[in-house]
Design a protein around this ligand. Structure first.
Ligand code: LLP
Length: 386
């Protein structure tokens, strides 16, 4: 994917930095629009990457915003998302965040516990308004992904469990400041086996019917996000097979008349558009292990350290050389977990070479931190550079 033009551009840039390919973002958005039936509502999960420059084409495509904090709601509002297209989830919404979202008159709070229902009812009452709410359900469906990003099992803190359903309905009847809009689900992230989404559909059908039979018809069904990407081959499959994904819901979800279907996609929209670009500071030759020490670390991309995640690593200063040497590619942070990849095959690598750590567009920049008092990092955006 990288060529001589990238190299010239990157050589003038202070490293490390995040590089975003806006052309790929646009093509990914178009692929979603082509694959999703017109009636589907797509919300972009800002938690994956909330940079205003990236939000622009997403907004222009007509997608809504899925937020998990007051500041994400604020970012969405400031970037022009209409309040009726903003949803707000999260197990621990503070009073301040709830009040702000009420003032913005957002479409829906995805509520994660009975206690939260009571508090939103109270805060809406104080403002003399009504809050639109969906119940976030914990469906106990395995996403078959890393345990840190599994959210739909009973052992996870997220959502309302089926054994609470009767009590929730009783409670809802007593809370006058809530407007019941539907049901919300999200079982996890980086889900590559579509079977997990089929299993989700089966559970959604059961739960949806149960609520309808009790007199609570859900106008909206939100199945969350979670569609995974190919970290190993970011160029051969830069855009996920959205058709196969949406087909699962078309085939397995039994929506009732008038029910609207919502999605909250993050990673699969933005991950492949971004790379973390870094320079080699030092080479340390060892007996068993050679180290390539970069000027980027786990402070700029924490996924390998936190989830043992694989990210493809390329030496873009040696585009035409054969990868014939193994390096542990590490950062400068004082932690042994500050390692982007072990025994990575690269061409002979030297001080000053530019290294790209791929698929860093999602959960890269947003999860960066200033540990070791590191400098904040800039971003670089391009359109077509082919
Ligand atoms: N909706 C809800 C309620 C969520 O919690 C999430 C992600 C999404 C939607 C979007 O999921 P996506 O389509 O991006 O998979 N930091 C982790 C990922 C955490 C995901 C948290 N929730 C990582 O780097 O893998």
């Amino acid at each position: 994917m990288f060529n001589q033009k990238h190299l010239e551009l990157f050589n003038n840039q202070q490293t490390p930095f995040y590089y975003y390919n806006l052309e790929l973002l646009q093509n990914t958005i178009l692929a979603i629009q082509k694959a999703a039936p017109k009636s589907y509502h797509i919300h972009y999960a800002l938690k994956a990457n909330a940079h205003p420059t990236l939000l622009k084409p997403i907004l222009a495509a007509g997608f809504g915003a899925d937020c998990v904090s007051g500041n994400e709601v604020k970012r969405a509002v400031e970037c022009g998302f209409k309040s009726e297209n903003i949803v707000f989830a999260g197990v621990g919404k503070s009073d301040r965040e709830i009040n702000y979202a009420l003032e913005q008159n957002i479409f829906c709070f995805n509520v994660e516990s009975m206690h939260e229902l009571k508090i939103i009812n109270e805060l809406a009452g104080n403002k003399g308004t009504k809050a639109g709410i969906a119940l976030r359900i914990n469906p106990n469906v395995d996403a078959y992904t890393h345990k840190y990003i599994t959210t739909g099992l009973e052992e996870n803190k997220f959502g309302i469990n089926p054994y609470e359903f009767d009590a929730v309905l009783e409670l809802l009847k007593e809370l006058p400041n809530l407007n019941f809009l539907g049901l919300h689900f999200h079982i996890g992230s980086q889900i590559q086996d579509l079977t997990a989404f089929k299993n989700l559909c089966v559970r959604v059908n059961e739960i949806n019917k149960w609520f309808a039979q009790k007199g609570f018809l859900s106008k909206n069904i939100n199945v969350g996000g979670g569609l995974g990407i190919n970290y190993r081959e970011p160029d051969t499959q830069a855009i996920v097979d959205f058709e196969a994904y949406f087909k699962v819901f078309q085939s397995f979800l039994e929506l009732m008349p008038e029910q609207q279907l919502h999605f909250e996609l993050g990673r699969c929209i933005i991950a492949q558009c971004g790379s973390l670009i870094s320079r080699v500071l030092y080479i340390k030759e060892g007996i068993n292990t050679n180290f390539a020490i970069l000027d980027a670390g786990m402070t700029e991309l924490i996924r390998p350290a936190l989830y043992q995640a694989y990210h493809k690593i390329e030496n873009i200063s040696q585009l035409n050389s054969v990868a014939n040497k193994k390096y542990d590619v590490v950062g400068p942070i004082c932690e042994s977990s500050d390692c982007f990849g072990k025994a990575v095959e690269l061409p002979l690598t030297q001080r000053g070479d530019l290294i790209a750590i791929r698929s860093a567009g999602a959960y890269g920049e947003v999860m960066s931190n200033r540990y070791n008092l590191r400098d904040a990092v800039e971003s670089l955006f391009t359109g077509s550079l082919s």
